[in-house]
Design a protein around this ligand. Structure first.
Ligand SMILES: NC(=O)c1ccc[n+]([C@@H]2O[C@H](COP(=O)([O-])OP(=O)(O)OC[C@H]3O[C@@H](n4cnc5c(N)ncnc54)[C@H](OP(=O)(O)O)[C@@H]3O)[C@@H](O)[C@H]2O)c1
Length: 238
């Protein structure tokens, strides 16, 4: 149960699938445009780039004029998915040796914007590869979220100071005023086929806990949603 004010009426015809209202694109959009202040011509790195937020962040960076978009993911197949279906310029498997080495290979001219979903080793590597005045949008902490282990943080403060980097955490709820502008652009990209949107639908609440565990283990690409009101849920209610 929740108060009526907690609900938002949505336009049923706005998107091909109702789950598109769930807002992961807006997270990516405000992280890039508002928090990292992405400008055309910049090099962007996105971690967990085959995930729901990351896949859209990389594509939105490209569509808004990034010169080079680099992604990391948890397998060679996912890295191939990034450079293939999602149109990233370069991608690597974050298990494939030190992240710092992979990132330096993928970004020989450095990084200007890092969209961070992960923290941990990937954040520390990004700090080292960032260009002067680079900006990091801190969106998620998947390394800590998935292992439960504390994250020692972004690394050498002298590196951050010397390069005059900005690291800024954000929550999408503070930027809802950009939802209408984003929705208009996103619908345009979907209509003209310039953005790819992947989702896996899990039928019924009963399978949701296992799906959540699989999500954290990296089984899916794109967004994972649970469809309510299917037969199993009704049986469980009785
Ligand atoms: N700031 C906000 O307002 C806001 C809003 C929504 C979501 N978020 C956060 O944004 C992040 C991304 O959300 P999402 O829903 O798109 O999740 P997601 O990226 O789809 O998360 C699942 C993926 O996490 C990756 N992962 C798991 N353990 C990892 C580890 N130890 N190191 C690196 N990657 C690991 C796996 O990808 P690989 O197999 O590729 O490693 C897995 O497929 C999450 O941290 C979420 O909490 C923030």
């Amino acid at each position: 149960m929740a108060d009526a004010e907690a609900f938002r009426r949505v336009d049923r015809d706005a998107y091909p699938s109702p789950s598109l209202h769930l807002g992961f694109g807006l997270v990516a959009y405000v992280g890039l445009m508002e928090v990292a202040r992405l400008q055309p011509g910049k090099t962007v790195f996105v971690s967990s780039a085959a995930g729901a937020v990351g896949g859209l962040a990389g594509q939105i960076a490209r569509l808004t004029g990034a010169r080079r978009v680099i992604g990391s993911a948890g397998s060679a197949a996912k890295a191939a998915h990034l450079t293939g279906r999602l149109g990233f310029d370069a991608a690597f498997d974050h298990h494939d040796g030190p992240v710092l080495d992979r990132l330096r290979e993928a970004a020989p001219d450095g990084i200007d914007v890092y969209f961070d979903n992960v923290g941990g080793e990937q954040l520390r590597a990004a700090v080292q590869v960032m260009n002067e005045h680079g900006r990091i949008a801190l969106c998620g902490a998947l390394q800590q979220q998935s292992t439960g282990r504390p994250d020692p943080g972004p690394g050498d403060p002298m590196d951050i100071i010397a390069k005059r980097l900005t690291l800024r955490g954000f929550t999408v709820g503070e930027h809802l005023e950009r939802a209408a502008e984003f929705g208009e652009r996103f619908r345009g990209w979907l209509r003209d086929g310039s953005i790819v949107y992947d989702e896996t639908v899990i039928d019924g609440l009963l399978d949701a806990p296992a799906a959540l565990a699989d999500l954290v283990r990296g089984r899916y690409t794109g967004k994972t949603v649970v469809r309510l009101g299917v037969e199993g849920d009704r049986d469980a209610d009785r």
